[in-house]
Design a protein around this ligand. Structure first.
Ligand code: SF4
Ligand code: SF4
Length: 328
């Protein structure tokens, strides 16, 4: 009886071992082969590296939630829906900001320049996020700034709740000149990094650490001052100081799908006043500054506000009147 039980348990063990061998990757089989020379000893199993598929399984929830957020952002962008845009901004601050603390940073520019990117198999959700940013950047421009960056989303929400009479309009010339500061910060930061290979200074030029709530008193004071200025000057950090925004702006000069303009746009300055990012100058859209916020495009589509449609309606009425007088 006991002999039968022993035989049965040995057969069961052999079956388990065969299944494990068939399912294991080649590298793991080699490692196990060396260790198995001394017989049937469970203790000789070495740790097996997880397959790419298993790693994807572990990260699938993270990737899925980001895909859902990216879908929301794209639906709001493509439909030009203002309510959906604000839902996206709130979700962005809560999910991308406080929950995940996942923002692109000037540090990612350093690591791209030196080829020191995260290992793909352990960072699939990060690659989905970075890939989404690059693809939307090439296709439409700085969609990342307009909807995916948690700090940009936070300042856009501040703008939405602050009474417009509090906001200070910066003189145009000063605004244009101040727009170059961010490029100066970008090139100085990249140059400093390439010479010293030191990255800790990034916290003094980017406030993105705020979502981790982990910083020195000096950084909190700097952040407080920045947020106070942002109450009075719209999107202050994004427009004048952000080195990452500057880098994305430089790439967005290659954007495929630009914002359409009417022939009347060369005469009218209504959208120039609508743009809160100072991205329309002398009737032209400056791609480096534009964050695809939708404001001007919503205006172009408004048949009661955009002069293109008002002139079109007048033209049609005139033609109709001419037609009826000719018939009469
Ligand atoms: S300019 Fe900088 S802070 Fe502003 S939205 Fe873009 S990346 Fe974010
Ligand atoms: S309003 Fe300005 S920032 Fe917004 S999409 Fe138009 S040009 Fe770009």
């Amino acid at each position: 009886m006991i002999a039968n039980r022993l035989a049965a348990s040995r057969l069961g063990w052999i079956a388990v071992r065969l299944v494990a061998l068939l399912a294991a990757p080649a590298g793991a089989l080699r490692a196990q082969g060396e260790a198995a020379d001394d017989g049937w000893n469970f203790d000789d199993f070495e740790e097996v590296d997880p397959t790419l598929f298993e790693l994807f399984g572990d990260q699938s929830l993270d990737i899925g939630v980001f895909a859902a957020f990216a879908t929301l952002a794209m639906v709001s962008f493509l439909r030009k829906s203002i309510p959906l845009k604000y839902v996206t901004l709130v979700v962005c601050v809560l999910y991308m900001g406080f929950y995940k603390s996942q923002l692109l940073s000037v540090v990612n520019i350093f690591s791209t320049l030196t080829g020191n990117l995260p290992i793909f198999s352990y960072s699939m959700a990060w690659y989905a996020f970075a890939g989404f940013t690059v693809v939307t950047l090439v296709l439409w421009g700085r969609v990342y700034c307009g909807r995916i960056c948690a700090f940009g989303a936070l300042t856009q929400l501040i703008d939405a709740v602050v009474p417009s009479r509090w906001q200070i309009e910066i003189p145009e010339k000063l605004e244009h000149r101040a727009g170059y500061i961010k490029y100066g910060i970008l090139f100085a930061a990249v140059g400093y990094y390439l010479v010293t290979r030191e990255i800790q200074f990034y916290r003094y030029i980017e406030p993105f650490w705020m979502f981790t709530l982990d910083a020195s008193i000096l950084l909190w004071v700097m952040l407080g001052a920045l947020l106070v200025v942002s109450v009075f000057v719209r999107n202050f950090y994004c427009r004048f100081l952000c080195p990452l925004g500057a880098a994305l702006g430089l790439v967005s000069t290659l954007t495929v799908f630009r914002i359409k303009r009417w022939s009347e746009c060369s005469q009218c300055a209504l959208c120039e006043k609508t743009c809160e990012w100072g991205a329309i100058r002398e009737r032209k859209i400056i791609m480096t500054e534009c964050v695809r916020c939708d404001e001007c495009e919503i205006l172009y589509a408004d048949q009661k506000a955009c002069p293109h449609w008002l002139l079109e309606a007048k033209r049609k009425a005139r033609l109709k009147a001419l037609g009826s007088s000719a018939e009469g």
